[in-house]
Design a protein around this ligand. Structure first.
Ligand SMILES: [Zn+2]
Length: 131
């Protein structure tokens, strides 16, 4: 959270941005109550994944999922438990992906505004931002 508040100030400060690399970001559902009954939810599980950002490089995202004891089977189209996810986590990394939205935008700019080819983009990423 601190990183997001400071981002506009230090966006162009590369050494500051690099000092954030390999940081651990923890995200839990902001609303700790069930949408249906309003009762407090419980933590179901946490997941951990390595993500890549254009601004800060590689970082670890630890994300917590919550559920309601009463309404955990409320999803009508599957037998999966209805989980509540952090909006913050959703905003920075799409579910199932390891690449942050800012990096996806950067790749799009390289491809469609600067007409870079796939191999050039791969080299750019390898040299500049990823391990
Ligand atoms: Zn409920």
């Amino acid at each position: 959270m601190e990183e997001l508040r400071l981002r506009p100030i230090f966006l162009n400060n590369k050494s500051y941005c690099r000092s954030l690399a390999n940081t651990v970001v923890r995200a839990y559902p902001e609303d700790r109550h069930c949408t249906f009954c309003g009762l407090p939810t419980k933590i179901l599980k946490t997941s951990k994944k390595t993500c890549y950002s254009f601004i800060i490089g590689k970082f670890t995202l630890i994300e917590g999922y919550a559920y309601c004891e009463e309404h955990k089977r409320a999803a009508i189209d599957s037998n999966e438990i209805l989980k509540y996810r952090s909006l913050f986590a959703t905003e920075i990394v799409e579910k199932g992906y390891k690449v942050t939205l800012d990096l996806m935008v950067k790749i799009g700019v390289l491809r469609y505004l600067h007409y870079r080819q796939l191999e050039e983009i791969k080299v750019f990423l390898k040299l500049q931002y990823l391990d």
